[in-house]
Ligand binder design. Structure first.
Ligand code: PGA
Ligand code: MG
Length: 226
């Protein structure tokens, strides 16, 4: 139990929302439009984590069988962005207990942020679509600042913005990028096992705690003490 935690930064994809079904539809539609061979949803699950451009880089590299050129990737991105915009929330779902746990933390007075590598333009609409936008007083997308996770910059931004000590901020995420960013920022982290982590065990990244369900994070922070 960490009594000193005052604020929590949540990852989005694979932590709050299972967004891979729609990311897969958008990826497959983009590959089809480019005349490239398709991919499976299971493959997309292992390619998510470093933002939209890296997802398409991995998808196109897989389809081509060689590293995709930056110009070809740049040309493909508007197509992907269009298809993802059209399929943002069609098949995605909020993970179990996310709304009620966020409500509990919010009511207890924790400051809550979203720190995602997803492009910002998709992040707010997605939070809105699932009715959890109002819990967050700070939302950072993968393109909000100069660097994204695993760089510590977004978490350092949260620390500065809210004038927190490092011991007062907790990162909750499903990917090694979340855990590495937290370590580099000098803050505690919880790794969730149910999300996307390139098919790897999140425990291998060395989070301070590992949780199998979202509601398990309530065993580590203390809403009663806020
Ligand atoms: O969009 C991604 O690649 C990952 O997004 P996340 O940081 O919310 O997991
Ligand atoms: Mg994630």
């Amino acid at each position: 139990m960490w009594d000193q935690i005052k604020a929590i930064a949540f990852d989005l994809d694979g932590t709050l929302i299972d967004s891979v079904p729609d990311l897969a539809v958008a990826t497959q539609a983009t590959l089809a439009e480019l005349g490239l061979s398709s991919c499976t949803e299971a493959q997309v699950r292992t390619w998510v984590g470093n933002g939209a451009e890296m997802l398409m880089r991995r998808a196109m590299t897989h389809a081509l069988g060689l590293d995709v050129e930056q110009t070809a990737l740049d040309a493909a991105m508007p197509t992907f962005m269009h298809h993802y915009q059209e399929n943002l929330e069609k098949h995605s779902v909020l993970y179990a207990d996310v709304h009620s746990v966020l409500q509990t933390l919010f009511d207890a007075g924790y400051k809550l942020a979203v720190v995602t590598n997803k492009p910002y333009r998709f992040t707010l609409p997605l939070l809105n679509a699932f009715g959890i936008n109002d819990f967050f007083s700070l939302v950072l997308g993968g393109d909000t600042l100069a660097k994204m996770k695993p760089d510590p910059l977004p978490l350092q931004h949260v620390l500065r913005e809210w004038q927190l000590e490092k011991s007062q901020l907790l990162m909750v995420g499903d990917s090694r990028n979340d855990i590495l960013a937290a370590k580099a920022a000098g803050i505690a982290s919880i790794g969730l096992t149910y999300g996307y982590n390139y098919g790897e065990d999140i425990g291998l990244s060395g989070p301070d705690a590992v949780c199998e369900q979202f509601s398990d994070i309530l065993n580590w922070v203390n809403p009663a003490k806020q």
